[in-house]
Write a new protein. Structure first.
Length: 216
């Protein structure tokens, strides 16, 4: 699990043959084989490392679900080590399992902030709520507005400065992980589904009547 608080921006060295190699520094300070590191929000397992790099295996499913295939040698990527029990949860609960990819539709200055509008599929937008949380390329952000075809987040200067968002432009694609809590709640209700489900579930599980009986 992660928090969506980026620790550093690394550099892609290689992505080929089902393996990714990234140049980094901070996330390598206490790294061990088998550790999880989020790369642009994607949870990957360290298979090799040295003083300046780490490598991880990348499955075809990961490439299909994310924007990894668009990265090139030298691309800048957001990095975060896995959450520990001693960590402050400064962002929100992020699993590192990408739900899909969105496209930057607009970038507008607002005082010292940037309003970043992202266009996404309907099956992702259903889990985006105003003032809720969303992870974009692994960055924990608060939804400022939620629309029918897109949503907007507000970026403070610090977020842009320490992440790869400073290099993004209109048309750039971002990995999206929606709030894990919303997905589980929907899955438990009759007719609910979670991302990737082929069809709604049959009746059963939690109901509004049951919750009322329990005092909710």
């Amino acid at each position: 699990m992660f928090t969506g608080i980026i620790e550093e921006v690394g550099t892609l060295d290689r992505l080929a043959g089902g393996e990714i190699a990234i140049r980094a520094a901070k996330v390598l300070e206490d790294v061990a084989l088998g550790d999880s590191i989020a790369v642009n929000g994607i949870c990957l397992t360290v298979t090799h490392f040295d003083a300046a790099h780490f490598t991880a295996d990348v499955m075809p499913e990961t490439v299909r679900r994310t924007s990894l295939a668009e990265l090139r040698h030298g691309s800048r990527v957001n990095l975060e080590r896995a959450l520990t029990l001693q960590s402050r949860l400064g962002g929100h609960i992020v699993s590192g399992h990408i739900d899909g990819v969105g496209t930057i539709a607009a970038m507008q200055e607002e005082g010292n902030a940037i309003l970043l509008t992202v266009r996404a599929r309907d099956d992702l937008l259903r889990y985006i709520v105003e003032k809720g949380s969303v992870a974009l390329d692994g960055i924990s952000l608060t939804v400022a507005r939620a629309g029918a075809a897109e949503f907007t987040v507000s970026l403070i200067p610090h977020t842009r400065e320490i992440t790869n968002l400073r290099e993004k432009r209109i048309g750039s694609r971002l990995n999206i992980e929606t709030d894990i809590l919303g997905k589980y709640v929907e899955k438990l209700f009759p007719g609910g589904r979670a991302p990737g489900d082929a069809a709604p579930r049959s009746a059963g599980g939690l109901t509004l009547g049951f919750l009322r009986e329990q005092g909710f």
